[in-house]
Design a protein around this ligand. Structure first.
Ligand code: BGC
Length: 908
């Protein structure tokens, strides 16, 4: 059988179905979801795969997918498809049904023949609202007061062969079965736009059950649902009662089955947890611990029947992205105090700023009270700096119930900290900082010869880890921890390079869209809980549709598409993107420009803005707003061309050009004056082509005159190095990148930072801590863990290491390392969906030696810093110095007489 399909200008012919390609194999197959996720959303699965081939010229020309219900012998084999695509492939078999377990395998056609079938990949559907018969249950509780446990015993008269626990909450839930945690996730179900969607976790709990008596318990906390959230101190934002929902489905070997659901037959009561709050921490009185309610035989005589909480179960949907997990642990060292008797405070150091908590092993007498306070840095006198927490108490308190050694750990909370102060009449045997985050797989790694740059890269990784606790937050420590859209758009490209984030963003963008009102404007924080609460400098502000924040609606999907090559995020966000740009269009005046507004965040935290007015940046906020309008319209035009309507693509491209023209006409002068102005005009294609070079010169002159001093805020910072390097201003780009004096990236590292700071001068040159002064806000604003300024790390991967996607998903990658006198070696890897792309280069005098691994499906385009005198060898053979492309394989490349960027010694 032969199939032909016209793909673009290429005609592919599929090989005969019985012709094997013995040189090529499918090395992995998966769906778009994290492979560890059970109970995925009930959609038509989307597959992606990676290939390996011994044959250098081999390429995919088609694929064939087969599938079957798990453990059935018979496969259904779909028609072969002629295609070079290997991501976001709509799999045959239709939408997954609730609980359905389906196996997929794929084989690939190359020009030579067919690969063998891949190992099967198993995908399992979660529950839809129709199959969720459980009810949300709870008992009356005080807001952030004692945490209720709900429990039920049941007996099994068969040996469990397969068991699934589906669980969620209005609030937080921590399920246990027969004395064990049902999973290793925390803060379940995470934070989404709860009014519309609450995620349901699926756990395999087969091993926790047994024939005979069993018990299940659900510890319930208020979390984001009912606890205090946001700077206005509001509680009960989503509802006045917290509760949990669970459905336990158990099967035996001979068709036996038992389903246990939360309903009015359960009982609820209290134990040791006296209070639990995300911002404030927990109070655990172990004297009130009456045992583990998840054990059969637990004495529940003091417990009461639960009530059913009225709730529309259609809000529940299967989790598309992993939950929050323990990511790492750090043994804490002693900074001061006496661990054998912590009656006087003991200060402990995790060496790393994390989101999470302290796990303590202590011994003391019953009734001993232990307090654990948290902070990101220490004051000069060695005490905790708590000003950055604002009103968040971030304190866990324990009262011991018995003598002897006991392990203490909070639950239903998290803190942003590096240091902890432990006080109480106990001896501390062990202290461990537990770091938590959404369990995303790492994607990018990077090290260079520049140790300080390496540490900054690590700081950015940690700021992402710490701020990806369920939603992409501004910071993890103070009474905020909100999904600020401006921070997210600034950081998205870097986030996508460092971790596999597609499902994470797609879930959050779904909330962004749900929070988008009729008029198409976009919230400043998602999930949006601040509208009506936000004020700046004593004035209430309109937090909807703010420039550079609301543009997350277009920028985050686009950055994700470019990084992954999967159009799914564009397909699902297209309507939201359109509504945002159309909203801007209706706000714009007759001359196409957006009008003056009472408030914009502007180039937030520009180092030249008054410390107490971070919105008062030197680049005119209206110029910024119109530039981002152009950017969003251009992104939408490209998105329409790819996955939408071609006519609209033209319409939005024309709109972008018109707004760009007017913006340039009005702010041309300012573009030449400010770093952010120039960077926006260059990167968003606002400057006309014939004035580009002149503008780039002005920017470079500015950067030189300032000795690489960064003069950009949240909006200009992600753009500035790209604006320089795209204009070949490499010396100036490196001057900024490696500058040590504040404001600069590396200054923070020199000051001991382990995560990225919110303000360039969070710790001043004299060692004093920024007061965080904010006009009209007595509590100030200072954080040592904000990822926005770390947004330039994506540039470092692309230009220092030298791996840049020039076609979405790295299908075509520019290999363009730019060695400098200060960075003479770099090695980096990015796990693209094609497989691992990696580079390792070093400079020997003026010769560049590169070791490069290109995965199957990727074309690498060499863009080495060659001079007229350079000679190039690839795998030992002389090669042409003009426009070389390489297919998959391992390459050793040498280039002599390369140009080396000179970096001022002060920066290195
Ligand atoms: C947050 C920021 C955010 C800003 C906007 C701050 O409080 O921490 O990161 O983008 O407010 O106003």
């Amino acid at each position: 059988m032969k199939h032909k399909i016209r793909l673009g200008a290429l005609m592919f012919t599929l090989p005969n179905e019985n012709t094997p390609d013995p040189m090529t194999t499918v090395s992995s197959l998966r769906t778009r979801f994290n492979p560890s996720l059970l109970g995925v959303p009930l959609e038509q699965p989307r597959l992606q795969w990676t290939l390996k081939s011994e044959e250098a010229t081999s390429r995919q020309v088609g694929y064939q997918i087969r599938y079957r219900r798990a453990h059935r012998a018979e496969w259904t084999i779909a028609q072969p498809i002629a295609s070079t695509v290997s991501i976001a492939i709509e799999a045959p078999g239709g939408q997954l049904k609730a609980r359905e377990v389906r196996e997929y395998a794929v084989r690939i056609a190359t020009d030579a023949g067919w690969t063998p079938w891949s190992e099967p990949f198993i995908v399992e559907g979660g529950l839809d609202p129709d199959s969720l018969t459980a009810q949300v249950i709870g008992i009356p509780t005080e807001v952030e007061g004692p945490a209720a446990s709900l429990r039920r015993e049941f007996s099994l008269d068969f040996e469990p062969m397969r068991a699934r626990l589906y669980v969620s909450a209005l609030g937080l839930v921590h399920p246990r079965l027969n004395g064990h945690a049902a999973s290793d996730t925390y803060l379940t179900p995470g934070w989404t736009e709860y009014r519309e969607r609450v995620l349901v976790d699926t756990y395999d709990v087969t091993k926790l059950l047994k024939r005979g008596e069993n018990a299940i318990s659900l510890l319930v906390g208020d979390g984001w649902y009912r606890g205090r959230m946001g700077f206005a101190g509001r509680t009960e934002i989503y509802g006045s009662q917290s509760g949990a929902i669970a459905q336990l489905e158990i099967e035996g070997a001979n068709g036996e089955a038992l389903t246990l659901i939360t309903d009015q037959t359960w009982h609820g009561g209290f134990g040791a947890i006296q209070s639990a709050s995300i911002y404030d921490g927990t109070m655990i009185d172990l004297r009130k611990d009456t045992g583990d309610p998840s054990l059969p035989g637990f004495n529940e005589t003091e417990w009461a029947p639960v009530c059913v909480i009225d709730c529309d179960r259609r809000i529940f949907e299967p989790r598309p992205v992993p939950g929050v997990h323990e990511i790492a642990t750090f043994p804490m060292s002693i900074v001061s105090g006496d661990v054998s008797d912590a009656t006087l405070p003991v200060i402990l150091d995790a060496q790393q700023n994390v989101s999470g908590w302290v796990r303590l092993k202590v011994s003391g007498q019953p009734g001993a009270r232990i307090t654990v306070r948290h902070a990101e840095i220490l004051e000069a006198d060695g005490s905790l700096h708590t000003a950055s927490l604002r009103t968040a108490k971030a304190t866990d308190t324990y009262i011991l119930g018995e003598s002897g050694t006991v392990e203490l750990e909070p639950i239903l909370t998290f803190h942003g900290f590096r240091y902890a102060e432990v006080t109480g009449p106990v001896s501390i045997a062990e202290a461990t900082a537990v770091a938590i985050s959404t369990h995303l797989q790492r994607r990018g790694t990077l090290t260079t010869s520049h140790q300080t740059l390496n540490r900054f890269h690590e700081n950015v990784v940690w700021s992402q880890v710490d701020n990806f606790v369920s939603v992409p937050t501004d910071c993890p420590q103070r009474d905020e921890r909100l999904g600020w859209t401006g921070d997210a758009q600034a950081f998205a490209a870097t986030a996508n390079t460092l971790f596999h984030t597609e499902a994470f963003w797609m879930s959050w963008l779904r909330d962004l869209e749900l929070d988008q009102p009729e008029d198409g404007s976009v919230a400043s924080v998602v999930p949006n809980i601040i509208s009506g609460d936000a004020s700046m400098g004593n004035n209430e502000i309109n937090d909807m549709g703010r420039a550079g924040w609301a543009d997350a609606a277009t920028i985050v999907p686009w950055a994700t598409y470019i990084s992954t090559g999967s159009p799914l995020v564009l397909i699902s966000q297209l309507d939201s993107m359109r509504r945002w740009v159309d909203h801007l269009r209706t706000r714009a005046d007759a001359h196409t420009l957006l009008p003056e507004e009472p408030f914009q965040y502007g180039d937030w935290l520009d180092p030249d803005a008054p410390a107490a007015q971070p919105w008062n940046a030197k680049t005119d906020p209206l110029f910024v707003a119109n530039s981002f309008y152009v950017h969003s319209a251009r992104i939408l035009a490209e998105t329409e061309a790819l996955v939408g309507d071609q006519r609209k693509a033209q319409e939005y491209a024309d709109l972008a050009d018109r707004v760009a023209f007017e913006t340039w006409k009005r702010w041309r002068h300012e573009a030449h004056e400010t770093q952010t102005g120039a960077a926006m005009c260059l990167e968003f294609r606002i400057v006309p082509d014939d004035e580009r070079a002149e503008l780039a010169d002005s920017l470079a002159t500015n950067v030189r005159a300032e000795h690489g001093r960064i003069a950009t805020g949240f909006l200009g910072t992600p753009l500035i190095l790209f604006a320089l390097s795209h204009a070949n201003k490499w010396e100036e780009a490196y001057m900024m990148l490696l500058r040590r004096d504040p404001p600069s990236w590396l200054y923070q590292v020199d000051r001991g930072a382990t995560t990225v700071w919110e303000r360039w001068d969070a710790i001043k040159a004299d060692g004093s801590i920024h007061a965080g002064d904010m006009e009209g806000d007595g509590n100030g604003m200072i954080s040592f863990n904000h990822y926005a300024y770390g947004a330039m790390i994506d540039w470092v991967y692309r230009n220092v290491a030298g791996m840049e996607p020039i076609e979405a998903g790295y299908a075509r990658t520019r290999i363009g390392p730019r060695p400098s006198s200060a960075v003479t070696r770099a090695s980096a890897s990015i796990e693209t969906h094609f497989g691992m792309l990696s580079i390792n280069w070093h400079l020997v005098d003026d010769s560049l030696e590169v070791s490069l691994d290109v995965p199957f499906g990727v074309t690498a385009q060499l863009d080495l810093p060659l001079t007229e005198d350079s000679q190039l060898t690839i795998n030992g053979a002389a090669a042409s110095t003009s426009s070389t492309t390489l297919r998959h394989g391992h390459y050793t490349i040498t280039a002599s007489r390369v140009s080396v960027i000179h970096v001022d010694a002060a920066a290195s």
